[in-house]
Design a protein around this ligand. Structure first.
Ligand code: SF4
Length: 692
């Protein structure tokens, strides 16, 4: 038997584990002593691998390259040579006819790794000549990146995962750690055991609320009003750190004018949270020796997502709760390598290492290293993935090269996304399973899975960690970066790498933030957090320890804005709020975990809709009964999960289910800065099936 060290691909916690392999088959997974997981795993880590042995697959593993020669024709299995030539020539034709910006590409925040994301953005920028490259951070933590970059300079957690248990106070806002990152949730429990105060701000009575000192059970869709009342309280009760504000921040004078109308007593009808509770929470937070604000998509997936992040950042800056062990800002990234996707520049406005595409000197540097004329590079920010369906319908995007993403499952308002995808001239899907998006592709390029290749992921706390190949791939598949390199070469830009390390060393050279994070430094079990600018540098577990921020002025920017109502409101026809959430046993579009027999025994089709017992009674719905959930955009079948933990007049669905996909219902009102969709709020009605 052999053991291979891998990093779990099912959330940003970055748990290290060992795959035990016997005769080319994985027989079990053991927890390893990684920096973030310390010998523990959750159920997805322990049981999320059996698809690699090809047992009981619900959806076919992609085994051969395939082409659909014309719309509506069946897939035809072809050689790699033919598939590569087909893609290269079609992309070249479209580029020549409609220009580089008519082609869209994606990186992947899932199991493929940082090296592949680097190669994909290089392909977009150096070969296609476009900044049209994006990743699923767009539909989750895009607002965290934008909001933190604007206020403190770095779009990432300022502390480490281990700081969560060291902190004396956790303000947990719109983040259900128990379902999203179970190993991070254990740190929350440990913090409580260590005497920390826990304040949970969430409409549902989530797991963390059960151990919280205070649960601020706010109404759905009022985050900015809530945070404004926090800032109001901090200012009115003189809870802010005057020296810190004076020395290390800017924008203080403008704050009061914005928040003066958000006294907790005044906004109680909007937030539903008793004013005394708000005031108590802010006294606890501001006076704590150390405090961390943790948030998730309950903050970011709103039309005001970026503004909410900036306001949460402001709370930390006002109180000086930053730059120390146990004190900071923690947007806990969802997918295992969504931080890495952003780090690697699969973003339409940033090269790897968060260097702006609009900066001529930066473009010059990349062009020189890549051997291209800087004049051929795109000088403007590219297209965001949530804009693609609209631009495809307008005829502005003609080709879409999707790597390891499934927009026909994971994006908001699927009927609109479907129309956009249908309008494309060319859809290329590079993946490991026949996803909803792969089913309608023109070309399928089958790639290796995690477990079958090596590389580096970045976990949620900026930690680079290596993962290793455990088994040989069984089918006629290729490594993602090798496929991209072959297409680039066929398009006239010779691209070749021998292994992941060559790619990693190229990106280190181009990114001052990562230069010192070598493969050797990471080793098998290491965890090197950026910034790591030199070979001698050990990495940076905590940002801003010198109270200098990575903003143009070096100061933290204080920010507040007016609250706006969500884009779609409830009414008589659609009287309940639908909010999309996570399921502990499954991951992302479920292409991997849905093909793991053990995880399917925990939760399987049809999915469920969580509803309060009183609402269920009023609607004549019993627990586990099949129901229709309908919005202005669609109607899906689901199973009622009646629970006291759910607030009145709202229902919650996870986005993983293939039958009853809740994104048939969601709407694409988007965050004004990042175009992240407001999947936490739309209007629906729920009807028992027997009543149809
Ligand atoms: Fe995997 Fe996340 Fe569970 Fe850790 S907490 S084992 S990374 S799913």
């Amino acid at each position: 038997m052999e053991k291979a060290t891998v990093v779990c691909p099912y959330c940003g916690a970055g748990c290290k584990m060992q795959m035990v392999v016997d005769d080319g088959k994985i027989i079990k997974v053991e927890a390893a002593n990684g920096k973030t997981n310390q010998g523990e795993l959750c159920l997805k880590g322990y049981y999320g691998w059996d698809f690699l042995n090809d047992t009981k697959l619900l959806t076919p593993r992609l085994r051969e390259p395939m082409i659909r020669r014309e719309k509506g024709a069946p897939f035809e299995t072809v050689s790699w040579d033919e598939a590569i030539k087909f893609v290269a020539h079609r992309l070249s034709d479209i580029k020549a006819k409609y220009g580089p910006r008519s082609i869209m590409t994606t990186g992947s925040s899932r199991g493929t790794g940082n090296e592949t994301n680097f190669v994909m953005q290089k392909f977009a920028r150096a070969v296609l000549g476009t900044n049209n490259v994006d990743c699923c951070a767009r539909v989750c933590h895009g607002p965290s990146v934008a909001g933190l970059r604007a206020t403190v300079g770095n779009g990432a957690m300022s502390v480490s995962v281990e700081d969560i248990e060291k902190s004396k106070c956790l303000l947990i806002f719109g983040y259900n750690s128990a379902d999203s990152h179970p190993i991070v949730a254990r740190r929350v429990v440990k913090a409580k055991q260590n005497g920390a105060k826990i304040i949970v701000c969430d409409p549902r009575r989530i797991e963390a609320a059960r151990i919280a000192d205070q649960h601020l059970q706010l109404n759905n869709g009022c985050n900015v009003a809530m945070v404004n009342s926090f800032i109001y309280t901090i200012l009115e009760e003189n809870l802010y750190n005057k020296d810190y504000v004076a020395n290390y921040t800017e924008g203080f004078d403008a704050l009061w004018d914005v928040v003066k109308d958000y006294a907790p007593e005044k906004v109680e009808p909007i937030t539903g949270v008793p004013a005394a509770d708000v005031r108590q929470a802010m006294r606890t937070y501001a006076k704590a020796e150390t405090a961390i604000i943790c948030w998730g998509m309950g903050v970011t997936q709103f039309g005001q997502g970026t503004e909410t992040v900036k306001s949460l950042s402001t709370l930390a800056l006002l109180t000086g709760q930053l730059g120390r062990p146990g004190a900071g800002l923690a947007p806990v990234r969802g997918q295992n390598n969504v931080q890495g996707g952003c780090d690697m520049g699969v973003l339409p406005d940033l090269f790897p290492g968060y260097q702006k595409v609009t900066d001529a000197a930066v473009r010059e540097k990349f062009a020189k290293r890549w051997g291209i004329d800087p004049a051929t590079m795109d000088k403007e920010n590219g297209v965001k993935i949530t804009e693609v369906p609209h631009l495809a319908l307008e005829g502005k995007v003609k080709a879409y090269y999707i790597m390891g993403e499934d927009p026909l499952q994971t994006e908001a308002d699927l009927s609109m996304v479907r129309k956009g995808i249908e309008a494309l001239d060319l859809l290329v899907v590079q993946d490991i399973f026949m996803t909803k998006t792969a089913e309608v592709a023109d070309v399928i390029l089958p790639s290796t899975s995690w477990g079958e290749h090596s590389g580096v992921y970045t976990c949620c706390d900026r930690g680079f960690q290596r993962f290793f190949k455990a088994v040989e791939p069984k089918y006629n598949v290729k490594r993602d970066w090798a496929i991209i390199s072959l297409i680039a070469t066929e398009m006239g830009y010779p691209m070749h790498y021998n292994d992941e390390q060559e790619i990693w060393d190229e990106l280190r050279e181009l990114c001052p933030l990562y230069f010192g994070a070598t493969y050797e430094k990471m080793g098998e079990m290491g965890h090197v957090q950026w910034p790591c600018p030199t070979l001698e540098h050990p990495g940076t577990p905590i940002l801003y320890t010198d109270n200098k921020f990575a903003t143009p002025s070096g100061k933290g920017l204080l920010f507040a804005t007016q609250w706006r109502k969500p884009g779609e409101l409830i009414d008589e026809d659609f009287p309940m709020v639908l909010c999309t959430v996570r399921e502990v046993g499954h991951y992302s579009c479920r292409s991997m975990t849905g093909n793991c027999a053990a995880l399917r025994t925990l939760a399987d089709e049809p999915g469920y809709v969580q509803i309060n017992p009183t609402d269920a009674q009023v609607l004549g719905i019993k627990d586990q009964q099949l129901v229709w959930v309908e919005s202005r955009r669609g109607k899906v079948i689901s199973r009622a999960n009646v629970s006291e933990r759910i607030n009145r007049n709202a229902v919650y669905m996870t986005y993983q289910w293939w039958i009853g996909a809740c994104n048939e219902l969601t709407q694409d009102n988007v965050d004004s800065v990042t175009a992240t969709p407001e999947t936490k709020y739309c209007a629906v009605k729920v009807v028992a099936i027997e009543d149809q």
